[in-house]
Each structure stands twice: as C-alpha cells, then as structure tokens.
Design a protein around this ligand. Sequence first.
Ligand SMILES: *Cc1c(COP(=O)(O)O)cnc(C)c1O
Length: 376
Amino acid sequence: MPRPISATISLPFLTHNLAVIHDQLNRISIEHNRSRPKIWAVIKANAYGHGIENAVKAFAQADGLAMLDVDEAIVCREKGWAKPILMLEGFFNAPDINLFSQYSLDATVHCRDQIDMLAGVSVKNPVNVFLKLNTGMNRLGFAPEAFNAAWQRVAALHTQGVVGDMGKMTHFARADERDSLTQKQISLLRHVTDALPGPVSMCNSAATLTPDYWLSLPDAPAQWVRPGICLYGSSPFAHLSSQRLGLRPGMTLRSQLISVRDIQAGEGVGYGHMFVADQPMRVGVVACGYADGYPRHATTGTPVVVKGVRTRLLGRVSMDMLAVDLGPVPEPSVGDEVVLWGEGGPGVDEVAVAAGTIGYELLCAVAPRVPKVVIS
Ligand SMILES: *Cc1c(COP(=O)(O)O)cnc(C)c1O
C-alpha cells in the first residue's frame, strides 16, 4: 500500500473557474458594447501543479494556452490542442525556433538577442510574435525608447517570411493592489504601441478581474488577457477570497491520520518542540510533510480539516509528517481523512498566508511523489 496521501485534481472545477472568468469578461464587454478579450489560459509550471494534460482537457474552451516550456507545449499539441499557444519567454536559442515553427507556437520576443536569433534562421512556417514592452515590471521586455526600432526589425522579418502575425504585450507588477501603477503601465503601453497594428496581450488574473484595466484599451476584436492562478481556484488578491470570486479549488490535498496520542501539559511536539502543550491534549500525526510539498514554514495554528472538523497544525512540519490538534475532533482514529487544502478543507490561500507565502507556490510545489487522482 502506498502512503495515504493524494492530490485530487478536479477537471469540472477547473472548467468552472474558466467559465467564471469567461462569463465576467463577456458580461462586462456586452455592457460596454465592445468585443470580449480573448483568454490565454496560463498553464506554465505543469499547469500550476495540476498537470498539463488535465489542463488541456479542462480548458478546452479557452481561446489559447500560455506557458514557457517547449516540451509542455509539444504535449499540448500531441493531445490535440489546435488553438494558439503563447510561449511567455519566447525561445531560448536559435535551434528552438524550428520547434516554434513546426508546432505553431507564438513567441514572446522581449530582447534584442531573440531578434538576432530570428534573423539568423529560416523556417518552414512563419512564427507569430508578441513583442514585449517593459512598462515598469522591469523583468522582461524592451525599454519604451527601444520598442519602435525592435518593431521595425521584426516587421522586416515578417516581410521575409520568418515572422507571421505581430502583436504587442506587457505585464503588470502590482495589478493585485489598489495602486496607480497599473494605469500608468497601460498609459505607457498605449503611448508607445497604439499606432502599431496588431492585438495587445496583457492582464494576469488580478488585472483580468479588474475590468477597468482591460477596458482602458481601445476596442479591438483580438485583445488578449492572460489569467493563471484564478483558473486553479486561488485568489490573486490578498483582500478578496477565492470564494468571494466564485472560484472552486482545482486541487485538493488529502491524507490520513497515521497515529493518535495523548500528551500531558508541558510536553512538546515534533522537532525543536516548537509547540508545547499547556494542558493535556490529543495529538494526531498526518502522513504529509515538506517532502510532499506542504510548506515547512507553516506554523502552529495553520488550518487543517480532520474528519470534517476544522482544527490546527501543531509545531514544526517534518519531512514526511505533520502534527495536528485533535481536541475538536470526535473519536479520532488512525485512517481518518485529513484535508490539507482544497474541497472540504481550508483554502490553499489560507494555508499560504499561515506559511508566509502565496497559493501559487504551494500548488506548484506539490511533489511528484504525491499520487494524482483526476476527477473528470
Ligand atoms: C504567470 C504569468 C501570467 C499569469 O499570472 P497569474 O497571476 O497567475 O494570473 C500572465 N502573464 C505572464 C507573463 C506570466 O508570467
């Protein structure tokens, strides 16, 4: 028998989350009498830990998929994905451009070196390019003053048949905050690129869920948004829960009690005795540790659900185990179900806050040794 831990991936919930985003974009676009932005469902990092093949099935209604690993993109094509695929970091070397051409992968082009690579190859089918402008994230993208020259070089490669369609792209640094930076980034994007043809691709989950942002682009039939985390049922906002957004958990991490013991006042639990009982209490040990991807930085008090009852983590998380307070749980015994996060448990965002991180990191970090159970 394997250890009793598993991560259940719910394809219906993933599909539901995409529908929530789609319907909101649709409703607001109709209200404003403009075209609905198209959706690149972002499935980088093995679909935020949910599995590429699961994402291809669950997000069948998306207008495109976005990721950054060419091997993952090829899996999507082999599974029958025929709509656009955007590679968020483009190609890393010239030989890969042939794969982009062969598998019809749209390339983000964010630096001169990539244009040099394009200029040195010949391809069977032209590669579509989204030229990326750095509007303030200062991660990838051309500086505003370099953008036009870069555009002209790529346009020349379009004429030569190396590049296909051309679009414009940027990324926001603080779209999850109530802050004026995002509008400044959009103004800069418009200032630099409005006169150039082609679609615009912008908006992570937080910006997609803040309609003012995408509504401030000119109406055009092919604007794109790029939501990721919300599709998996985690909120991009610290101040707004996934429940309030109407999202459902794409992943549920479950395990079982493998030990139940009573301890006395003054006794400590686990490494370093980071928790010491101040009264007699019942403690459960769960088959889940940081080697499964549960965050070691989660502290006493992190929510966990045992046998349907919400309780708390105790002390330090070990490699393969963690301890929980069984005080509120009636008649606990070995084999009882524990939900670490997801359906019937705490939200992944709650666990993340208790561990000083974000839901993204927890979802991506679930270890390969944790068996995946897929609900279709
Ligand atoms: C990850 C990523 C996204 C999606 O971000 P979320 O916050 O998960 O919605 C969009 N665009 C780019 C360029 C990204 O790297």
